[in-house]
Design a protein around this ligand. Structure first.
Ligand SMILES: *Cc1c(COP(=O)(O)O)cnc(C)c1O
Length: 409
């Protein structure tokens, strides 16, 4: 009989969002007519901007006509888009990333999950805690995690706690990991690292021969000057870092799907015999073999984001979410909560009061204020005692949420 990949059976069932839904259902069935505000939404809610919609319509018309029809495209993406990315996302920030270092894909979840394909299973991995679960679970699937302990930690993964005690700035690893995942602005905490704080990580990776996997899915939310938009703003990062970007939270592409990954030519790792091998070529081989390219339509849609109208319209949408984040941050502080995030990020991370567990606080918020958020413990052991609210609801509902918490409604 054939065998399955046993690593998959090691993964515990993920019950975070199903348990949230279950508890909300139980409550609303017992209390019909309650006006619940959903502040746990991890998806954008505003529609695609007009510039993107126009480009999508035009691209559909291209496909209706023999001369302009596009079938299979380049696996790594069309030049019309990778050139825009290179110019606007990198060269305009003084970073020299060429189109041939950019790999367009159907999103950052796939890429952060698939990147392990080109890395040895012998590597040890470090993650910040709390963490975007994809990094951990895909390393479990890839056989790099070891065994799950009673404390919710995998034996071969190094966890770098980010809590109020260290102001959500992770300390450098102590177990000499080979691969380090960082996500800034962070999901779920909404916190950022400054230029000098990120430099510490790039320098560490250079000294220790570690690979930095940098998830910049929330780059477009950055408003403060001292917070880098790209890891390559840090000197020497091209030799140690891969960067993941997404149009999902940036431009509302969660439904139509598009992202990209940057693998610089300078980035090299060791093979079995101790020779240095470029990762750009390995990722190109991986993508051209296992991926047939993102859709022509979506790439035309993304191209429009770099036009003057596209840039303005996207900024308006993000400003809308950031205003929600500001309301939440200020309102929660006024209500006496300890809160971080929400300045360069759509996420607000708060400490549960009076030592309540994340789930106790979830029930308290639901029953007392009819507000739904996400228990921090669902993002890792160090998320226990924290709670995430998101800025993706409407201004009206966000205001209502703040009024309930501050006792004004
Ligand atoms: C939403 C999210 C992504 C993934 O986005 P895609 O829709 O797959 O592009 C990646 N990383 C983090 C941290 C996210 O929150």
């Amino acid at each position: 009989m054939f065998r399955i990949n046993d690593n998959f059976t090691k993964l515990p069932a993920s019950y975070l969002f199903s348990e949230v839904a279950r508890r909300v259902k139980v409550y609303t069935e017992a209390n019909p007519g309650t006006d619940i505000i959903r502040m746990g939404i991890g998806d954008v809610t505003r529609p695609l901007c007009p510039a993107v919609i126009a480009a999508l319509h035009a691209a559909v018309d291209d496909e209706a006509n023999g001369e302009s029809f596009h079938g299979y495209g380049p696996e790594q993406g069309y030049g019309f888009l990778s050139e825009k990315i290179s110019e606007f996302d990198y060269k305009n920030r003084g970073i020299d990333i060429g189109p041939d270092e950019i790999f367009i894909s159907d999103g950052a979840k796939s890429d952060t999950g698939n990147i392990g394909d080109i890395l040895s299973t012998a590597n040890c991995v470090a993650v910040t805690d709390p963490v975007y679960p994809v990094y951990v679970d895909t390393n479990v699937m890839g056989g790099r995690a070891g065994e799950l302990g009673d404390d919710g930690r995998w034996s071969r993964i190094e966890y770098l706690p980010c809590t109020a005690e260290n102001s959500f700035v992770p300390a450098l690893p102590v177990n000499d990991p080979d691969v380090i995942y960082l996500c800034y602005p962070n999901n779920p905490t909404g916190t950022t690292l400054t230029r000098s704080q990120l430099k510490v990580w790039v320098d560490y990776c250079r000294e220790h021969g570690a690979l930095l996997l940098f998830d910049a899915a929330y780059e477009a939310y950055i408003r403060e000057d001292d917070v880098p938009h790209s890891i390559y703003e840090i000197e020497g990062a091209k030799e140690v870092a891969i960067e993941f970007r997404s149009y999902s939270k940036t431009a509302g592409f969660t439904g139509i799907r598009l992202g990209y990954t940057v693998v610089p030519k300078e980035l090299k790792g060791l093979d079995e015999s101790g020779r240095l091998v470029g990762l750009n070529g390995l990722w190109r081989r991986r993508q051209t073999t296992k991926f047939n390219g993102a859709s022509y339509l979506t790439q035309r849609g993304a191209e429009a984001l770099y036009s003057p109208e596209g840039r303005r319209q996207v900024k308006e949408s993000i400003d809308y979410y950031l205003e929600n984040a500001r309301m939440l941050r200020v309102g929660l502080a006024e209500a006496g909560y300890e809160v971080v995030g929400g300045v360069n990020s759509p996420y607000i991370w708060l400490k549960t009061p009076e030592g309540m567990s994340s789930w106790e606080f979830f029930d308290h918020m639901l029953e007392r204020y009819h507000i739904v958020g996400t228990p921090g413990s669902g993002f890792g052991p160090s998320g226990e005692g924290y709670f995430r609210l998101t800025a993706f609801n409407t201004h009206e509902n966000t205001r209502l949420c703040v009024d309930r918490l501050t006792g004004k409604s």
